[in-house]
Design a protein around this ligand. Structure first.
Ligand code: HEC
Length: 165
């Protein structure tokens, strides 16, 4: 009797386990990889890269870096957008494989979080230096997965939202 009760209970637990088995959130990726790049990751990276710099002209040297809280917020938001954007890159059929793609996405996220940390610490020099680390994290993936596109690397300012290929 005891044994039967236990097995009935175990059955109930198993059934409940099955019923509540997480099927995952109802994700519905909207953008394809190229759109994710140009609408989310690229503007966010620009916010980081454009936040400081030097331009030398005949008139003299123009240097700038984030100064106000607003300036810093732009960098912090950009860095966080990239870090979370890595997750978007890894879901659904955006992931081109389960290995390199994932590693490179995580690498980009890590680079972005370093920028985030430096921006939270208001360390303009470090944000500037990490801009290159971030760039390399993008480039590493592009070298492997952005292939067969003769437009690659072309400045697209004349056509910021080209039709999907
Ligand atoms: C895990 C891989 C991966 C990472 C990391 C990555 N990209 Fe990309 N990116 C691609 C691929 C692949 C393409 C080409 C589009 C395609 O094949 O669908 C692309 C294309 C682009 C494009 C062109 C989009 C268009 O209009 O066609 C831009 C801009 C871009 N990436 C910016 C970035 C920036 C900035 C970063 C880093 C902050 C970055 N990407 C990180 C994989 C990646």
């Amino acid at each position: 009797m005891h044994r039967i009760l236990i097995s009935v209970l175990a059955g109930a637990v198993l059934t409940a386990g099955c019923a509540s088995e997480p099927s995952g959130p109802p994700l519905e990726p909207v953008a394809d990889v190229a759109q994710l790049m140009r609408n989310i990751l690229d503007p966010a990276a620009d916010a980081v890269w454009d936040s400081s710099g030097t331009i030398i002209t005949a008139e003299g040297t123009n240097e700038w870096e984030p100064e106000t809280d607003e300036d810093w917020a732009v960098v912090i938001n950009g860095a966080m957008t990239i870090a979370e954007g890595a997750n978007l890159l890894m879901i659904g059929d955006r992931a081109r494989d389960q290995e390199g793609w994932m590693q490179l996405s995580l690498g980009m996220s890590e680079a972005a979080m370093l920028v985030h940390e430096a921006a939270e610490a208001r360390d303009a020099q470090r944000v500037f230096d990490l801009g290159e680390t971030l760039y390399r994290s993008c480039d590493r993936c592009h070298n492997l997965y952005w292939v067969g596109d003769e437009d690659r690397g072309r400045v697209r300012d004349d056509n910021p939202d080209p039709p999907d290929r």
